[in-house]
Design a protein around this ligand. Structure first.
Ligand SMILES: [Zn+2]
Length: 489
């Protein structure tokens, strides 16, 4: 996620955190453990599913008791009035007997909810929309919830102060969802552990366009409004859903392998974006060579103006950029299609599995294009000379990448840079050939799934059974402070 510009990584670098923060984390984990599921065992009449998916840092994100397979979102947005109306049709399967279930929806007015065609009772408190179907839902049953809603969609401020959710722009809006902003524009099970397919239809004033994930599936103008439909047929975590509304210059090309590439660029960014976006097919081919088959059925990019979002985000198929991206930034967000979007973290604690890999992809791109080796980048980070700013260099050591001290730190410098350093240490341990196979193998093993750090370390150990990774994990991945200098390669 969330790269401002070059140099990559740091948003608000922080110094080493006090020990007290650790105690807080432990407390949050305990609370989250209770929030996951609320129903009893066999013979129980059924429960309420739970108001969280058990995330250690975002206990209210997602919900328990069901698994969504498809979202059909029918939306209409008028930028001048800043008004959104929506009908969300959610197809899901009960994973336990349910008398009620929760959806996450922040700040919009719910007008009606049905479950399998029958009106359901509802209560909307904060981000939790509790739905009580007329009849209980047996475990294993597939059901359909329809939520009709409207209002002024909100911008969500993250624990680290950055903004997501519904961001208004000069000519429309862009909706971004990492980690929790998608609840600002549609009700859902908003946690990375529950992926689904999507159909998004957005109706906007004629002259504007609506761009989303997947592939375009129709465009129809009636009177003074145009409806754009986009279809995502591969599983997607809801934080990767995007809706961009505004004036765009659109482009369509294909890679040499025939993969469609759809771009939408704010006209004021078109000139500055032309050269870098022309390299997108080449970058996809390079990434396929490095990481294995592209995991989705199209690629692309959405370029907004620099002030429209404070960062770039790897929204599925086509990342959003705030202004024309640099080539390394384009490569970073492209690499997320494998690492993050296809192999998705089980919880927000595992963010380094996204950002460490995407950052290392930049190092590899530069190495493959004669712009410094990964070893040189590693050495500069270790020596504290990588960033122009001393505080940023020091922040690399402020916490272990696999254990951010809290929700405000999941996009901290160590998650990116020290995460990439972990990958480089693995490369040095196993050698270039085995490391190449490992990057591809990891993406293949968990393709379209979810994984956590323990899955990753186990995978690495299986891939190189003769090597000892214990010190690497304990010092670089989980250890506090700056690890001892590794021996020269
Ligand atoms: Zn990223």
């Amino acid at each position: 996620m969330r790269l401002r510009s070059r140099p990559p990584g740091p948003r608000r670098p922080r110094g080493p955190r006090p020990l007290a923060a650790l105690a807080l984390v432990t407390a949050v984990v305990t609370v989250a453990g209770c929030a996951g599921g609320a129903s009893g065992g066999p013979g129980d009449p059924g429960g309420a599913g739970g108001s969280g998916a058990g995330d250690p840092y975002f206990p209210k994100a997602g919900n328990g008791g069901y698994d969504v397979s498809h979202y059909a979102l029918d939306l209409a947005y008028d930028p001048a009035a800043h008004h959104l109306t929506g009908t969300a049709t959610i197809t899901a399967r009960a994973t336990e007997d349910l008398t009620a279930l929760n959806l996450d929806l922040e700040g919009l007015d719910v007008e009606r909810v049905t479950v399998d065609g029958r009106t359901a009772r509802r209560r909307h408190t904060g981000q939790e929309l509790t739905v009580r179907p007329a009849r209980g839902l047996d475990r294993g049953r597939t059901f359909r919830v329809v939520v009709r809603y409207s209002g002024a969609p909100a911008t969500v401020t993250d624990p680290d102060g950055s903004e997501e959710g519904w961001l208004r722009t000069a000519d429309g809006a862009v909706a971004l969802g990492q980690p929790t902003g998608s609840m600002a524009w549609f009700p859902g099970n908003h946690h990375p552990s529950d992926k689904a397919t999507y159909t998004v239809t957005a109706t906007v004033p004629k002259g504007l366009r609506a761009v989303s994930n997947g592939e375009p599936a129709g465009e129809r103008t009636r009177g003074d409004r145009t409806a754009f439909t986009w279809r995502t047929t591969e599983p997607m975590a809801s934080y990767l859903a995007v809706l961009a509304v505004g004036r765009y210059e659109t482009g369509r090309t294909t890679t040499r392998g025939g993969l469609p590439v759809h771009t939408a660029v704010d006209p004021r960014q078109a000139a500055a974006s032309r050269a870098v976006l022309a390299r997108l097919p080449e970058a996809v081919e390079w990434a396929q060579d490095r990481f294995g088959p592209y995991p989705f059925s199209s690629a692309g990019a959405i370029v907004e103006r620099p002030g429209d979002a404070g960062y770039a985000l790897e929204t599925q198929n086509r990342p959003v950029f705030a202004g024309a991206p640099s080539t390394p930034l384009l490569v970073h967000e492209l690499a997320h299609q494998w690492y993050g979007n296809s192999v998705t973290p089980k919880t927000w604690r595992d963010m380094w599995l996204n950002e460490g890999f995407a950052t290392y992809a930049e190092w590899l791109w530069r190495e493959d294009h004669g712009d410094g080796t990964a070893q040189e980048t590693f050495d500069a980070l270790y020596a504290g000379t990588y960033f122009p700013d001393a505080a940023a260099n020091e922040a690399v050591w402020s916490f272990p990448p696999a254990r951010p001290p809290g929700a405000a730190h999941i996009s901290g410098v160590p998650v990116y840079q020290r995460g990439a350093m972990v990958l480089h240490m693995i490369r040095r341990t196993v050698g270039d050939g085995a490391f190449r196979a490992l990057l591809r193998g990891w993406a293949a093993e968990y393709r379209h799934g979810n994984a956590d750090t323990a899955d990753f370390t186990a995978y690495v150990e299986r891939s190189a059974p003769d090597e000892d990774f214990e010190a690497l994990w304990s010092d670089w991945l989980y250890g506090e402070g700056k690890p001892a200098r590794p021996p020269e390669p």
